[in-house]
Design a protein around this ligand. Structure first.
Ligand SMILES: [Zn+2]
Length: 250
């Protein structure tokens, strides 16, 4: 039985039998895995506090041929955003769940994606450092969709080829940004020049430097709406954590 060790992000867990848990985690080098954590639900389990969503940890696991489930040997937490923010902010806490759920949805099983891992890992550091959660969320959504190759162009209008720097519009039922002149009458999702500016700056900013980005509340709201539409179109469902976020922002 080969043993693998890696850095990983914990995405979620669910119960297995009487005392165990199945842990879904994204490894840096071998993609997403599902592993059995024996005894994880017992009091004083060696996994206690190590399996919260978006915990970055060193893991070791055994992989058996022709089995989907691996067996976890240990999970050693290195950075836990939940313990870093404590019970401070309900919004930050639920965003951590949102980031984990999005990575879980997009990461294919056992397909290495180092860029996705770096993105998730940098977000963990930024949350723990207390960076504004809205900005992190918009940056994360932008890059998650971009890494999948489904983020629309933020430089040129697909209608006329003109620039989008002065602001853009996502027409109803079309997942693209067009310039104001090509925008259909009758609404859509507006992006101000500030929102477009944030997207372009995000494109040039590696995850380790995202804390230098600036995003105003209004532009964040615009991007939130546009990104919800993009995610909904590509995932074809609403995430559980999005419902929680909506409840909180009411
Ligand atoms: Zn145009």
């Amino acid at each position: 039985m080969p043993v693998y060790t890696s850095e990983a992000l914990i995405l979620r867990t669910y119960k297995l039998g009487e005392a165990d848990r199945i842990v879904v985690f994204l490894t840096r080098d071998r993609g997403k895995k599902r592993g059995v954590a024996k005894g994880a639900r017992r009091p004083r389990s060696r996994y206690s506090g190590a399996l919260e969503p978006m915990t970055r940890a060193g893991v070791a696991y055994y992989e058996r041929e022709l089995r989907d489930l691996v067996r976890l040997n240990y999970v050693e937490p290195v950075m836990s955003p939940l313990s870093a923010i404590g019970h401070g902010s309900a919004s930050a806490l639920s965003h951590v769940g949102y980031f984990a759920e999005l990575i879980d949805e997009w990461a294919p099983e056992a397909h290495a994606d180092e860029r996705l891992y770096r993105l998730g890992s940098a977000i963990v550091d930024a949350v723990a450092a207390g960076a504004p959660i809205d900005r992190l969320a918009r940056y994360f959504e932008y890059w998650l969709l971009r890494l999948q190759g489904v983020y629309p162009s933020v430089t040129a209008c697909p209608g006329c080829g003109g620039p989008l720097a002065a602001g853009a519009m996502m027409p109803p039922r079309e997942e693209m940004f067009v310039c104001r002149r090509c925008a259909p009458s009758g609404g859509g999702t507006e992006l101000s020049a500030e929102a477009v500016g944030f997207l372009r700056a995000s494109g040039r900013t590696p995850p380790e430097q995202l804390q230098g980005l600036v995003l105003e509340t209004r532009a964040s709201r615009e991007l939130e709406t546009a990104h919800r539409r993009l995610l909904h179109a590509h995932l074809d469902k609403e995430l559980k954590s999005v419902r929680v976020l909506r409840e909180i922002s009411r």
